[in-house]
Every structure is written in C-alpha cells, then in structure tokens.
Design a binder for this molecule. Structure first.
Ligand SMILES: [Zn+2]
Length: 405
C-alpha cells in the first residue's frame, strides 16, 4: 500500500551535524546587514578608538585601508589569528583570519570574498559587489570562532579583485608554491540581489581537483539543512571572481553567488549599489549555504552529493527477500540528493503502486511494499531519480521482484 511505504532514517549515511546546526542558528541577518552598512558608509566604523566612514573601498583609497583595518579588528575581536599578504604597486593587501584546526592544522578550508570595489568615484558603496560577500565572511568569522574544528578554517578578504583578481592570484600562487594543503575554497561575491524573489542561487564549478564533489556537497547541504534555495549549478562556471585564482593553481574551489545569468543586478559597479536593494531573506539563505558547506568541510565530513557526476552506475538498489511471500523491502542507496519515484508494475505491465519521495538526502533508504494481497508472479520495481543538481541527468533502474506463495 502506498500509505504504508515508510522510510528508514537510521541507516542514512548523511545526517545533520549539530555543530553546523549551531552555526546556522547563530547567523543573524541584522548582524550581516550592519556589516554591509559599515562597509558601505551608511554606518560609521570604529577603528583605533575613533569613528570614521568608509566612502569607497576602491584600491588605494583611504576607505580601502579603513575597510582592511575594520575587518582586521573584527577578526582579532573574534580571537582569530590574523595574517596579511601585501602585494602590488598600490600596496594592496589581503586579510586572513585563521581558526587553527585541532587535528589537522596544516589542512585548510577557506571562505573568501573581495573587499575592494568599483566604481572610481568619491562615493562607491559597492554593497552587493562585494560588501555582501565581505560581510558574510565577517559573519562567518563571528559564528565559527565560537567552535573548534579538526581542520584549519581561513576567512579571507581579497584586495584588487576588480583589477583582475590580483589579491587572490597572489595568495593562490603563494599557497601553491609553498605546497599549502587547501582542501576547499568557497568564494562569495554578490549575494544580495534577487529581484524576482525566486531564491535561486548560482554554484559555479569546473572539473578541477575535487571541485565537482564540493559543488555536490553544497547541493546536498541545501537540502540536508533545509536552507530552501533553488540551486543553479553552472559548469563550466564563470571565472570572473577570486575562486578562479584557486582553479588556476589546481585547487578545489566553487563560487556561491546570486544568479548572474537570469537576474543580474543592474546597479552593479554603479554608485547606486546599496543595501536598500538587497533581498535580505535571500541574502541570509545564500550566506547560510556557504557557511553550512564550509562547516561540513571544516568538520571533515566526506559526505558529498557524489564522488563523480551523478550517473546510473552509482545508484544501487536491492530487494529483500526475493522471491517474496508477502512483505518486500526495497532498499536503495542514493549517491546524491534526489527526488525518488518508486513504482511497481504487475506481470501484465500495469502500474499497481507508485510513490514519490521529494528531496531525499544521499545515503541509504528503504521502503516497504506490502505485497501479500497481490497475485503471485514476476513484478518489476522501477526507481526514477531526479537529481537535486539541475545539471545532472535523471537516473532510472528497473529490477524484477518475484511474488511466490
Ligand atoms: Zn565582485
């Protein structure tokens, strides 16, 4: 009976992690919005005991330096180790807030955003691009710093992205030449714009190192933690932000962002790019997706949507007992999040049972078919998977199940 189809939660490989839940519960949209106001000059910042205003974060401006000092003070207030990497002819510099891992301190997961901006004018708030990502990095630093993780977490703020990813390029090259073990880099650049309120976000990925698995993990995290975004996985992803610097050095990286293709922010790179245009509930969700994905990485969770791009061969199902006298257990293992439809066809090919289970997480699942009242014979059980990853192909598997009395 359809109504009797029940799902075992116990054997699932993937479960919500309490530490990630704590982190998500600690995220405050008013805290992030206030960081945006401070970074865009709507609110004063207080660095070195005096109130000051960030009118622009364009490279080389006083506001750029003030934003750097403001973020540095925040990282230090949160108890993070702070490092910076200066480079270039304009004394551009990156800022790193470091939460040292308790078990594998030399292995690093990173969340990064560029803090510099455009246009070149006296007043350049750059709220969406990219106070939104910078504020998310500060908020992540705030909520993560109350926790410990086996892996080192680095919160990165890049300079001179607008001149050609100069800051992140310098860091990624430094990391590669020093053989730094960066397991995952997550980029956040433009998180606040969602004019059609569809809550669709982009994940940009390319098949470099474990980037596909990291994108799958983000897709899995969206459903596992019920963040509620629609996700647009873009492969090959765009290269116009700092994650590309990591791809270029062969590191695992993704970008999480508002939808660039279908809903681009018309105020981008203008002096009208302000917090007032943000879709705040969307902004909060996108930030939470980045934080939960970062948290899963920092905890060393190996749960990804899939080790490879989803394929029929990676989906497995077994039927117990088979032949069956009555109750049949249909067991299956999802390598990625998917909506799963299970249908039973009788020996004449007629569908006699069907059930759809939306948004099931990766892992083991099972369902019961109460078959005692069906005539003996060879039936077919069909699983149809619609992956949560919109770029992944649907999967179908059919197996015979024999009812014998
Ligand atoms: Zn940007």
């Amino acid at each position: 009976m359809l109504g009797a189809m029940t799902f075992c939660k116990a054997p699932c490989i993937v479960a919500q992690n309490p530490q990630v839940i704590d982190i998500l519960n600690d995220v405050r949209i008013d805290s992030m919005a206030f960081f945006v106001q401070q970074l865009t000059g709507e609110q004063a910042v207080n660095v070195n005991g005096q109130a000051d205003t960030i009118f622009s974060r364009y490279m080389g401006t006083p506001g750029n330096e003030l934003a750097f000092q403001f973020a540095k003070k925040k990282f230090m207030d949160y108890g993070l180790a702070v490092d910076s990497l200066a480079f270039g002819a304009f004394s551009g510099k990156n800022l790193l807030g470091i939460l040292v891992g308790t078990q594998f301190p030399e292995q690093i997961v990173m969340l990064g955003a560029h803090y510099d901006n455009l246009p070149v004018s006296a007043t350049a708030p750059g709220a969406d691009d990219n106070a939104s990502g910078s504020a998310a990095v500060l908020e992540a630093a705030r909520v993560f710093s109350g926790h410990t993780f086996p892996y080192t977490v680095i919160f990165a703020l890049w300079d001179e992205e607008e001149q050609g990813l100069i800051g992140s390029k310098a860091y990624a090259a430094y990391a590669a030449s020093n053989d730094l073990k960066i397991l995952a880099y997550i980029n956040v650049d433009m998180l606040g714009w969602d004019s059609n309120d569809d809550h669709v976000a982009d994940i940009h990925v390319r098949p470099i190192a474990q980037s596909i698995q990291l994108a799958n993990k983000a897709v899995m995290v969206d459903s596992l933690y019920e963040i509620g975004l629609g996700l647009h996985v873009v492969n090959p992803g765009f290269t116009a932000s700092d994650h590309a610097s990591f791809w270029n050095e062969g590191y695992t990286a993704i970008a999480i962002a508002e939808e660039y293709d279908n809903d681009f922010n018309p105020f981008w790179h203008t002096s009208a790019d302000s917090l007032g245009q943000f879709n705040l509930p969307f902004y909060e969700k996108v930030a939470k997706l980045a934080f939960a994905t970062l948290g899963e990485c920092a905890l060393g969770s190996t749960a990804t949507g899939s080790g490879e791009a989803p394929a029929a061969g990676s989906f497995m199902a077994t039927i117990h007992p088979n032949p069956a006298p009555g109750t049949v257990r249909l067991e299956y293992s999802l390598p990625f999040s998917a909506t799963v439809s299970i249908s039973i066809f009788d020996p004449a090919g007629k569908m006699v049972e069907t059930s759809t289970n939306p948004d099931q997480p990766p892992g083991n699942h099972s369902t019961i078919w109460e078959a005692a009242n069906f005539p003996a014979g060879i039936y077919l059980c069909r699983w149809q998977l619609t992956p949560a990853n919109p770029n992944a192909a649907p999967v179908e598997l059919i197996k015979p199940v024999i009812l014998s009395r």
